[in-house]
Design a protein around this ligand. Structure first.
Ligand SMILES: Cc1cc2nc3c(=O)[nH]c(=O)nc-3n(C[C@H](O)[C@H](O)[C@H](O)COP(=O)(O)O)c2cc1C
Length: 181
C-alpha cells in the first residue's frame, strides 16, 4: 500500500530571511523572494490569502492563540513554527512577528521575519508540539487551541519561565556559530 506523503524537510541559506507582511486579519500583503522560493508559492497564489495557507498540521493551535493574543496586546511575538510548502514538504523557522504602524501611528498590519531554527531547539520543540497536538485530538478548533495553550503555560510554569524568556533562550542558547553573527 502506498504511504501518505510525509514531506521532506526543506532548508535555505542561513543568511537569507523569510519575510511576509499581512493586513490586520492575517491576509498576506507581501512576501519576499526567499518566502516564495522556500514555500514554493508564486506571488499571485499568496496575495491576500490568509497566512494559515502555509500552516502545517503538526502545529498546535495553542501556539497561534498565544501569537494573536500577544499581537493584540501590542507586543511582538517570537516562536518556532513548522510550515508547509505548496507541495507538502515542510520547513522550521524561528519567527518574529510585530505589529506595523502607518505614519500617523495607526496599526495597519503585521510584519514577520523568520530565521533558521537551530537544530537543538527543534529537538526540544518538535516533541513538545507533538504532545500539544495530541491533547487537541477530538476537540473543536477553539477548545483544542485552549487545551494546548494551557498545557504550554503549565509546561512553562513548571520551569518557572515566562514564554518570551523560554523561547528566546531556546533560540539564542542553541545558535550555531555560523548563524550567530
Ligand atoms: C505576520 C504574520 C505571519 C504569520 N506567519 C505564519 C506562518 O508562517 N505560519 C503559520 O502557520 N501561521 C502564520 N501566521 C498565523 C496565521 O495567521 C494563523 O493564525 C495560523 O496559521 C493558524 O491558523 P488557523 O487557526 O486558521 O488554522 C502568521 C500571522 C501573522 C499576522
Amino acid at each position: 500500500m502506498q504511504q501518505p506523503h510525509q514531506g521532506r524537510r526543506i532548508t535555505w541559506p542561513a543568511d537569507k530571511l523569510i519575510v511576509s507582511k499581512t493586513d490586520l486579519k492575517g491576509n498576506i500583503t507581501y512576501a519576499n523572494r526567499t518566502f516564495m522560493a522556500v514555500s514554493d508559492y508564486k506571488e499571485p497564489q499568496l496575495r491576500n490569502r490568509p497566512h494559515n495557507l502555509i500552516r502545517h498540521p503538526d502545529m498546535p493551535g495553542g501556539v497561534f492563540k498565544l501569537l494573536w493574543q500577544t499581537l493584540q496586546q501590542g507586543q511582538e511575538f517570537f516562536g518556532f513554527v513548522k510550515n508547509s510548502t505548496a507541495n507538502g514538504d515542510y520547513y522550521w523557522v524561528y519567527a518574529n512577528i510585530t505589529p506595523s504602524f502607518d505614519l500617523d501611528g495607526r496599526k495597519n498590519g503585521y510584519f514577520s521575519v523568520r530565521r533558521h531554527a537551530p537544530e537543538p531547539a527543534i529537538a526540544v520543540i518538535a516533541p513538545l508540539y507533538r504532545r500539544l497536538r495530541t491533547l487537541e485530538q477530538g476537540l473543536a478548533r477553539r477548545e483544542a487551541a485552549e487545551a494546548s495553550y494551557q498545557a504550554l503555560c503549565d509546561y512553562l510554569q513548571r520551569q518557572e519561565l515566562d514564554y518570551p524568556t523560554w523561547v528566546n533562550g531556546l533560540y539564542r542558547n542553541n545558535l550555531e556559530k555560523a548563524d550567530a553573527c
